[in-house]
Design a protein. Structure first.
Length: 107
């Protein structure tokens, strides 16, 4: 090859290498910025471990759900009791009306 061709190829290869180094540097800079954002979102700013905090929250949520289930059963039982009391109260009122000779209002 001619010396001018070799010089041109070396210059072109150098330019391509510089462009590749620049592209890689830009990709690394962007990745570093993104990783910094991720680290800011997940790193602890206090003494406890993030996983331990999450486990504690999940355990607390389990206790809340168990309490809600118990409250739902209690409310259902109260509704049943109130329904039974209402039926008994209406039966007593009907017997009392019958005993006193009161007829139903014809309106």
């Amino acid at each position: 090859m001619a010396p001018t061709t070799v010089a041109a190829l070396i210059s072109a290869a150098g330019a391509v290498a510089v462009a590749l180094v620049g592209a890689v540097a830009e990709l690394l800079r962007r990745q570093h910025r993104v990783m910094g954002e991720v680290r800011e979102q997940v790193s602890n700013t206090h003494q406890t471990n993030l996983r331990d905090d999450l486990d504690r929250v999940i355990a607390g949520l389990d206790r809340v759900l168990a309490g809600q289930t118990e409250h739902s059963r209690d409310i259902a039982a109260l509704r049943a009791d109130l329904s039974h009391e209402r039926v008994e109260r209406l039966a007593v009122a009907e017997r009392l009306d019958h005993h006193m000779g009161v007829t139903a209002d014809p309106r």
